[in-house]
Ligand binder design. Structure first.
Ligand SMILES: Cc1cc2nc3c(=O)[nH]c(=O)nc-3n(C[C@H](O)[C@H](O)[C@H](O)COP(=O)(O)OP(=O)(O)OC[C@H]3O[C@@H](n4cnc5c(N)ncnc54)[C@H](O)[C@@H]3O)c2cc1C
Length: 490
């Protein structure tokens, strides 16, 4: 098997492995004749690098700076009040740029997913969002201070009066103040401490106010921004920057999922209990052989039922895609996952995706170690099935609190045999381990996998477990490019 696979390109090999391991099994279960493997297409790879994205952002930042200088902004620094006005202008421009970058990062544009990854995009989105809000607050204060200052710089009381006056009297003032208020609200509920008190859906609903804030901010800038009033070129450039952020958002967050769902018409085909509290949904649909997807990716699942249509939850595919069905394995942790577990065959679904970079596409080494914790086994189970590998190149360490909480035990044993892979179930409390070291510590990992530095590590589990493993890998000196992970959180 390996020799044949090696002559194929890695992508083809991955699909060949997935299909050859599973199509017989599926055909048998469905009671149909084995009619040969189908190969779903792989998601398109864009010839872009993170450098291209940074170039785009750096280019926009330079353009904005150039526009401001062209309008004589630098000369404002001649006196203190002018300098405050300059700070007000620059913070408005760069605060908005950061907000637009934040929106672009969450657009789910495939090239952003590919070069940054959904985890990193979410992290950068968060950073850009907070920085943007800080800058816009400074803009509001500095611009008002410059406006209301006479011979001497305005006091905090005068600035406050100035903001009220601006809101009440200035055309578009209410919109601008509401926009800042919404930005502050969204930033507040996104602080980790505040977020832990909110359900995901509540937080997400409030988060959507950002779009209203950005729209209000846009009209305020075009109407009053010193750089845009009277300069059509600057105005059009500004509009183009908004388009760069919003067109991908509309295209990939809304239109593409709608189009894909109309085409594939996903529905629950089969519901399988894996163990208490864990259920697999087998999802079928039309033309799934045309759906580009690869093992390790995830979808956001929305059940089109009276009580489920308004919420969606992300789940990884837990089996290599075989162009006929997708399998999701769901652990019941809250309302959303419990509802999905109770779905009946035939229920229509709305899927967004596939997303995610925890795939064979990012692999850099021939040898691979998959480290799963708890339900984090789902994407790694799919990767164990499909990653092309020679005998012994593939290993899985599966960490669970007890034997009873293992999922896919038999499947994993079967895959270990079929793929000549090493599968280790690590169960029990840390104190009860037979190992001398905690298996997830640097020493523990090194003892179990002495060649670990020659491997790529794919990691998925609880945040605590992932932090621990990342720390251990760092301690062992593993380069970041060899570590690939998916966080099951927000
Ligand atoms: C990329 C990704 C892949 C995942 N794959 C799987 C999988 O294969 N199997 C599995 O059992 N679980 C998976 N999860 C976790 C799963 O999405 C959550 O357990 C589920 O959404 C919980 O929702 P709930 O309403 O049941 O529970 P809640 O009590 O509402 O949420 C429990 C926790 O789940 C997270 N969560 C809830 N809703 C969302 C959301 N819409 N987006 C992101 N996080 C959310 C939050 O951290 C929250 O604290 C995955 C998560 C992510 C982000």
């Amino acid at each position: 098997m390996y020799r044949t696979l090696c002559r194929l390109r890695p992508h083809d090999a991955e699909m060949a492995v997935a299909v050859s391991t599973r199509f017989k099994e599926t055909a048998k279960r469905k009671g149909r004749k084995e009619d040969g493997p189908l190969t779903p297409p792989l998601p398109r790879r864009w010839s872009l690098t993170p450098g291209d994205l940074y170039l785009l952002i750096g280019g926009a930042a330079l353009l904005i700076g150039g526009m401001w200088v062209r309008h004589g902004g630098a000369s404002l620094f001649a006196d203190p009040i002018g300098a405050i006005a300059a700070v007000g202008q620059l913070t408005a421009l760069y605060g908005t740029l950061l907000a637009l970058i934040g929106i672009l990062l969450m657009s789910r544009a495939p090239w952003i997913e590919q070069v940054v990854g959904s985890d990193e995009a979410a992290r950068l989105h968060r950073l850009a969002g907070f920085a943007s809000v800080w800058l816009l607050v400074v803009h509001a204060l500095a611009s008002t201070a410059a406006f209301v200052s006479g011979d001497s710089i305005a006091t905090p009381g005068q600035i406050l009066d100035g903001i009220v006056d601006f809101t009440v009297r200035q055309e578009g003032g209410v919109g601008a103040t509401v926009a800042i208020g919404l930005f502050i609200l969204v930033a507040f509920v996104s602080i980790r401490a505040a977020r832990s008190f909110l359900a995901y859906e509540t937080w997400y609903g409030i988060h959507l106010y950002v779009y209203i804030a950005v729209a209000l901010g846009f009209t305020h800038q075009i109407a009053l921004g010193s750089d845009f009033v009277g300069d059509a070129l600057a105005r059009n450039t500004w509009i183009a920057l908004y388009a760069i952020a919003f067109v991908p958002l509309i295209l990939f967050r809304f239109l593409t999922p709608i189009f894909r769902n109309l085409r594939h018409q996903y529905y629950v085909d089969e519901v399988v209990m894996e163990r208490t509290g864990v259920v697999s949904l087998w999802v079928a649909g039309r033309e799934l052989d045309q759906l580009p997807v690869r093992a390790g990716q995830w979808f956001s699942i929305r059940a089109l039922t009276a009580d489920g249509w308004w919420r969606s939850n992300p789940f990884s595919i837990s089996a290599g895609p075989d162009a006929r069905r997708l399998r999701f394995t769901i652990e019941a942790v809250g309302d959303g996952s419990r509802r999905l577990q109770r779905l009946l065959p035939g229920t229509r679904l709305f899927l967004e995706g596939p997303y995610g970079l925890l795939t064979g596409a990012v692999r850099t080494r021939e040898k691979v170690l998959l480290i799963a914790g708890g339900i984090g086994i789902t994407p790694l189970r799919a990767l164990l099935e499909v990653l092309p590998a020679r005998r012994g190149d593939l290993a899985l360490m599966y960490r669970v609190p007890s034997k009873e909480t293992l999922v896919f035990k038999r499947e994993l044993q079967h895959l270990a045999d079929a793929r000549n892979a090493e599968v280790a179930f690590v169960t029990g409390s840390r104190e009860s381990f037979a190992f001398r070291d905690d298996p997830l510590s640097a020493a523990g990992l090194n003892a179990a996998y002495p060649d670990i530095l020659e491997r790529d590590v794919y990691l998925c589990g609880s945040p605590r477990m992932m932090d621990k493993v990342e720390e251990s890998l760092h301690e062992l000196g593993m380069p970041k490019v060899q570590v690939h992970l998916e966080r099951f959180g927000w």
